[in-house]
Design a protein around this ligand. Structure first.
Ligand code: TYD
Length: 212
């Protein structure tokens, strides 16, 4: 697949949505056509599953399986076709979210999650992953100030501590794939860091220069 697969991750309230346009612009500078999408979701069926996941009570295993069911649809209908045709896919959350939330947060064993990765996308990994990281107190303040909270956002502090720790452990284990962003800084500082670091990492990944 000749496209570029970039994923955006972080605990709820880490501020990833404020920087989506900047991320897209940094990738467009390399000549890519962008497909922006999200998980769970990104197709009509996967968006229906998203609504259920964010609102209905269900067992941990059901939640895990529905995340991967939505992902399978999304991969088949959106992500893989875009990558095959050489586009850059920017996906707001992907399988690292499952390791962080269902693995860290819900404490499902990583090897069970890995077995679903092998079923659903054995040969596909993001090329780059931006992880928005910040102290939990700030993330909680940000989401509590927002709209009505969904089923994940209503979880307790301990849950989010485990989610954050799982993310940081994955980033440490795969430092060549992850860019960890300190999103406790001001919005302008975060934007400057993303613009610089993402361009450098894309250059290294693609071994080319952005189009001036
Ligand atoms: P998110 O995409 O952050 O949407 P919004 O910003 O509109 O709230 O929220 C989706 C929620 O789904 C988020 O709390 C994390 C959760 N999630 C998982 O638990 N596992 C997964 O594999 C994915 C993709 C998301």
């Amino acid at each position: 697949m000749k496209g570029l697969f970039l994923t955006i991750e972080g605990v709820d309230g880490a501020g990833k949505s404020s920087h989506m346009d900047l991320i897209a612009a940094s990738i467009e500078a390399f000549g890519y056509e962008i497909v922006s999408t999200r998980e769970p979701g990104g197709t009509p069926l996967a968006e229906t599953l998203r609504n259920l996941l964010l609102s209905e009570n269900m067992s941990l295993e059901t939640e895990l399986l529905l995340m991967f069911a939505a992902r399978q649809e999304h991969l088949n209908q959106v992500i893989k076709p875009a990558l095959v045709s050489g586009k850059a896919v920017i996906c707001d959350r992907f399988t690292d979210s499952t390791f962080a939330y269902q693995g860290g947060g819900r404490q499902i064993e990583a090897k069970k999650i890995q077995s679903l990765v092998e079923l659903v996308h054995p040969n596909l990994q993001p090329d780059l992953t931006l992880l928005f990281d910040l102290p939990l107190e700030i993330a909680r303040e940000r989401i509590n100030a927002e709209r009505q909270l969904d089923r994940f956002e209503q979880e307790q502090e301990e849950f989010f501590k485990r989610v954050r720790a799982a993310y940081l452990a994955r980033a440490a284990a795969e430092s060549e794939r992850f860019i960890v962003i300190d999103s406790g800084q001001s919005k302008a500082q975060v934007a400057a860091f993303i613009a610089k670091t993402l361009t450098e990492r894309l250059q290294a990944h693609l071994l080319v220069s952005p189009i001036k």
